[in-house]
Design a protein around this ligand. Structure first.
Ligand code: NDP
Length: 334
């Protein structure tokens, strides 16, 4: 089988040197093991963090070992009575990731079957980690109330699209920030956002936020950080909440960034700013999955994804997140 390894830890933006493809022989599955073929991989911004060995909530990838990410696989051969060829499975039982490999052996204890009546990529997106992140970050930290104004950065991505639609369902005015005219149009025409701002080449971001938020900003769901956050945070209302979900604008920087550069606003307006990772909500996942599932079935949450084809495209798809090549969830179909 082919594997894609972390060849070396990147400085700044990863390059082709960051990855290495190798061929390895897999032994036949032992008793209790299952041979898997991956169908879909999720590529996610947090994976950039795992390429570095800085202290984090999740261990770093190991150099010269396969990179790993969320994924859905098919059972090819099984020495575990619970699984049969053709079953669709995901890692479970303490495992969250599939290695980047065209085939792999897994202990049956670390797999669960998934319901094939739901599109398998939903488990990687709207009903998986990104959807749950949007749900818990917005509901638990943002605590939206009807009539409030919610601004979402990274709005056209996997988390942002779901967060925006949930905020609408809570009766809020929702403003999205995304890169490019097409994405901005998508937010207002297909995803029910009240207004959207294109940050690319925009030197008047603060004025754009003011115009889109005539009553100020009550919740800023931040996926991005950097200058976009500076602009939004100039318009925070008293007792605003900021779920700090991601800071993708900073993930490839080599210098320690300055900021948030409007911190006095946090004091002046009694703002709550709280970072979180989705793992904090592990004991409430079912609540999130049920609620999101209900909204999807009722047509209240719509969903889109960008599917890149080919195992060898995994690195490019991952890097594509940092140049905004996706609308909705970025998926690689093997
Ligand atoms: P997305 O689907 O949103 O993909 C990333 C998007 O980020 C791109 O499409 C691009 O959109 C935007 N982007 C990339 N670089 C920049 C930049 N320099 N400045 C501004 N925008 C940029 O990814 P996810 O929805 O999976 O993740 C969104 C954020 O949420 C990330 O920061 C991620 O780390 C975080 N996250 C946090 C979790 C948690 O538990 N706290 C869990 C999951 C995600 P555009 O074209 O608009 O620039």
């Amino acid at each position: 089988v082919q594997q894609i390894l972390l060849n070396e830890r990147p400085e700044g933006m990863p390059s082709s040197n960051t990855f290495k493809t190798v061929n390895v022989e897999l032994p036949a599955p032992a008793e209790g093991e299952v041979l898997l073929q991956p169908l879909y991989y999720s590529v996610d911004p947090y994976m950039r963090g795992r390429m570095s060995d800085a202290r984090s909530y999740i261990p770093p990838f190991k150099v010269q070992e396969p990179i790993e990410s969320g994924g859905v696989a098919t059972v090819v051969e099984s020495k575990d009575a619970r699984f049969s060829p053709g079953d669709l499975v995901m890692p479970s039982g303490g495992k969250n990731f599939l290695p980047w490999a065209t085939g792999m052996l897994f202990s049956g204890d670390h797999l669960r079957k998934i319901d094939s009546s739901i599109p398998p990529t939903y488990y990687l997106g709207v009903l998986g980690m990104p959807g749950l992140t949007a749900y818990f970050g917005l509901m638990d930290i943002g605590k939206p109330k009807p009539g409030e104004t919610v601004v979402i950065s990274g709005a056209a991505g996997a988390v942002g699209l779901v967060a925006g639609q949930i905020a609408k369902l809570q009766g809020c005015r929702v403003v999205g920030i995304a890169g490019g005219e097409e994405k901005v149009k998508l937010l207002t025409s297909d995803f029910n956002f009240d207004a959207a701002i294109n940050y690319k080449g925009n030197t008047q971001m603060s004025a754009a936020v003011a115009a889109a938020c005539p009553n100020g900003v009550d919740i800023y769901f931040d996926n991005v950080g950097g200058e976009i956050s500076d602009a939004v945070m100039e318009h925070l209302n008293f007792f605003a909440r900021i779920p700090v979900c991601g800071q993708i604008a900073l993930y490839n920087t080599t210098e320690v960034p300055m900021g948030p550069r409007v911190q006095p606003a946090l004091i002046k307006f009694s703002v709550l700013m709280q970072g979180f990772t989705i793992g904090n909500y592990a004991n409430r996942y079912m609540e999130g999955v049920q609620q999101l599932g209900e909204w999807i079935r009722a047509g209240k949450i719509k969903y889109t994804e960008t599917v890149v084809e080919g195992f060898d495209q995994l690195p490019a798809a991952l890097l594509g997140l940092f140049s905004g090549q996706n609308s909705g969830k970025m998926i690689v179909k093997v």
